[in-house]
Design a protein around this ligand. Structure first.
Ligand code: 5RP
Length: 230
């Protein structure tokens, strides 16, 4: 089974949690896109869902495939969000934001009664941090904010490069008009401590540590899908 087939397996398993009439948060990334394609087939077959996308990219794909969308302001309470992740640990703590959508992804997940993560085995880790931690920051005061992140990291015994993410033509801009700092910490032994320290830095809009949000992860490997629960 190749990487794409594993993503499809996880997405298929997630689809069985979607019920007619649900208000659904729809994630971002290549795994979430497999889910969108399968969901579109169900919708074409008569399933009614109300979808709230976590990015402009996901919104475009949903609309192309005939999935009608609402804004989170129209539907501020959702039944379920299905989204990918860059890393998942045994406590269902996640790193997200590899696709740059972490802010909307976290707002949508927090507005949902349940969040299910879909991923392949390569995303499961013992300790978060091998994947660069995305930190969404306001462009104003970028240098000061980066220094503040470095200080917080040092206080927690973390070190590594913290770089502004590049896009095709200059710095990568999020859907909210912010920049992303990618922090190569290597290992984050205490994600809760780092998350709350980052939350106190004024220029940090959001970070990619998702803690206490996912209730189930569907992990696809060469021999099929397994689940991890919180
Ligand atoms: C986007 C995300 C994605 O869910 C994450 O990057 C995983 O993407 P993929 O399924 O392509 O590996 O957080 O901001």
């Amino acid at each position: 089974m190749d990487a794409r087939q594993m993503k499809i397996k996880a997405a298929e398993a997630a689809l069985s949690h979607v019920e007619d009439g649900m208000r659904l948060g729809i994630g971002t990334g290549s795994t979430a896109e497999e889910f969108v394609r399968l969901l579109a087939e169900k919708v074409a077959g008569g399933m009614r869902i109300e979808g709230v996308p976590t990015s402009e990219r996901t919104a475009r794909l949903c609309l192309e495939l005939g999935i009608s969308l609402k804004s989170l302001d129209e539907l501020p309470e959702l039944d379920l969000t299905i989204d990918g992740a860059d890393e998942v640990d045994a406590k269902l703590r996640l790193i997200k934001g590899g696709g740059g959508a972490l802010l909307r992804e976290k707002i949508v997940a927090a507005a949902s009664a349940r969040m299910i993560v879909i991923a392949d085995e390569t995303k499961v880790v013992d300790t978060l941090g091998a994947f660069k931690l995305p930190i969404e920051v306001n462009p104003f005061g970028l240098v000061a904010t980066r220094k503040a992140v470095e200080k917080v990291a040092a206080r927690l015994g973390l070190s590594g490069d913290i770089v502004v993410r590049e896009g095709g033509d200059g710095p990568f801009m999020t859907d909210g008009g912010h920049l992303i700092l990618d922090a190569s910490f290597g290992r984050i032994p205490d994600p809760e401590a780092l998350a709350s320290a980052l939350n106190f830095i004024p220029g940090v809009v959001e970070h990619g540590l998702f803690i206490g949000l996912a209730s189930l992860a569907i992990i696809a490997g060469p021999n099929g899908a397994r689940t991890l629960s919180a």
